[in-house]
Design a protein around this ligand. Structure first.
Ligand SMILES: *Cc1c(COP(=O)(O)O)cnc(C)c1O
Length: 381
């Protein structure tokens, strides 16, 4: 699935000259680097990248050359990937469940930051990881809304348990820190506010001064025409509330965006295989391909339809039921998509904002899923 060496001006140039039959993901390194600089310049602390959202080597390399110095990793594969591509970067091993063999890999690779949300997993870390200079970050959860997908459903200690865990971390000689993850595609700055205030209460109750507060990922990318993410509003909220809640004991801040960094740097071009009886649109990509996330967190309406000659379809938008290429009946995009009425078989439907949880969750189910990868200067025009 590597990138070809040609750099195209934009997706249209590729589509009109190559007329691809398979779906194609277009990557604009300039957009990724711009987003990395936005985070580095405006977030009031250290910016790390959640590798799981898009582990393509080109993504890691571009983030690294834009100045990113830390990566949130969850598995030995991800740790080795970063060690190879960005050997000097910090690894934050923030998957709260690990086998002893996985922990051994992390120790061997020099990982100095781990997160945890249970007493038994903390005991395992204490047993296998040397405490000296190593941070253990206690992950807690709150019932808060605002995200497209709730991460607290799987991980995160209650505030009461977090107090106990934080004391154990400090007593065992590790550097104590706290973390949370407000959810993904979280457009509501208030989600961070309640978490940061709760973190201060947990530290206070435990009687522990925390070194760092990792405010998670969850930063939104641009998926809906009507909702432009306001990262500055979120960063300002985090900065202000951290000072209000912690005062003189304000910890260093860390964030670990996945989607917020890589999402807008990619667009996918799908092709209309059929417009069946003028009602149902069948695309060559669907929920087993790069559009996996749509049923979970909602449809992307930042779409454009182009003829094979590159002409933008500008007909009145009409609601269409859209299916993917496999024979499974769940292979359908949620709800209906507004698509121009002059859309026809052979057209390309471009979805923008497709960088996160797309390349990496693409499957080969039913023999589909051969996803092309191309580099472009611009994603539009
Ligand atoms: C998945 C994940 C992230 C990234 O989430 P996004 O919503 O893509 O920003 C960050 N931190 C942890 C611990 C995660 O599991």
């Amino acid at each position: 699935m590597g990138l070809s060496k040609t750099i195209w001006t934009n997706p249209t140039e590729y589509l009109t000259t190559q007329k691809p039959e398979n779906p194609v993901l277009f990557f604009a390194p300039s957009v990724l680097q711009g987003m990395a600089r936005k985070f580095i310049d405006s977030f009031p602390g250290m910016v790390t990248y959640a590798v799981k959202s898009n582990p393509m080597e080109e993504v890691i390399e571009n983030l690294s050359s834009a100045g990113l110095r830390g990566f949130d990793v969850a598995s030995p594969f991800e740790m080795r990937l970063i060690k190879r591509l960005a050997p000097d970067a910090a690894l934050h091993y923030n998957n709260p469940v690990r086998s002893p063999a996985e922990i051994a890999v992390a120790v061997e690779l020099g990982v100095k930051s781990y997160s945890v949300d249970s007493a038994s997993e903390l005991a395992k870390l204490i047993k296998h990881v040397p405490a000296e200079g190593t941070e253990i970050t206690v992950r807690f959860k709150l019932p808060v809304g605002g995200a497209a997908y709730n991460f607290g459903a799987k991980f995160g200690a209650t505030a009461e348990l977090a107090v106990e865990l934080l004391r154990v971390v400090a007593d065992a000689g590790f550097v104590p820190s706290l973390t949370f993850h407000p959810g993904t595609q979280c457009t509501e700055p208030a989600a961070w506010e309640s978490y940061i205030r709760k973190a201060a209460e947990i530290a206070e109750e435990a009687g522990v001064t925390i070194a760092r507060l990792n405010v998670g990922g969850g930063f939104p990318n641009h998926r809906l025409n009507a909702v432009t993410p306001d990262l500055d509003a979120i960063f300002e909220m985090i900065d202000r509330v951290a000072t209000e809640a912690f005062g003189d004991a304000r910890p260093l801040l860390v964030c670990e965006p996945g989607r917020g960094l890589c999402g807008d740097a990619f667009s996918v071009a799908t092709r209309v295989k059929a417009l069946r009886d003028d009602t149902h649109v069948f695309l060559n990509d669907g929920v087993y391909g790069s559009l996996t996330e749509l049923p979970m967190i909602g449809v992307i309406d930042r779409t454009e339809v182009k003829s094979p000659e590159g002409v933008l379809r500008t007909g009145e938008p009409v609601a269409r039921i859209v299916f993917g290429p496999t024979c499974d009946s769940v292979d359908r995009l949620p709800g209906e998509l507004m698509l121009p009425e002059d859309l026809t078989e052979g057209d390309y439907v471009l979805f923008h904002g497709m960088g996160a949880y797309s390349t990496v969750t693409n499957t080969r189910f039913n023999g589909f899923g051969e996803l092309g990868m191309e580099t472009v200067l611009n994603l539009h025009a």
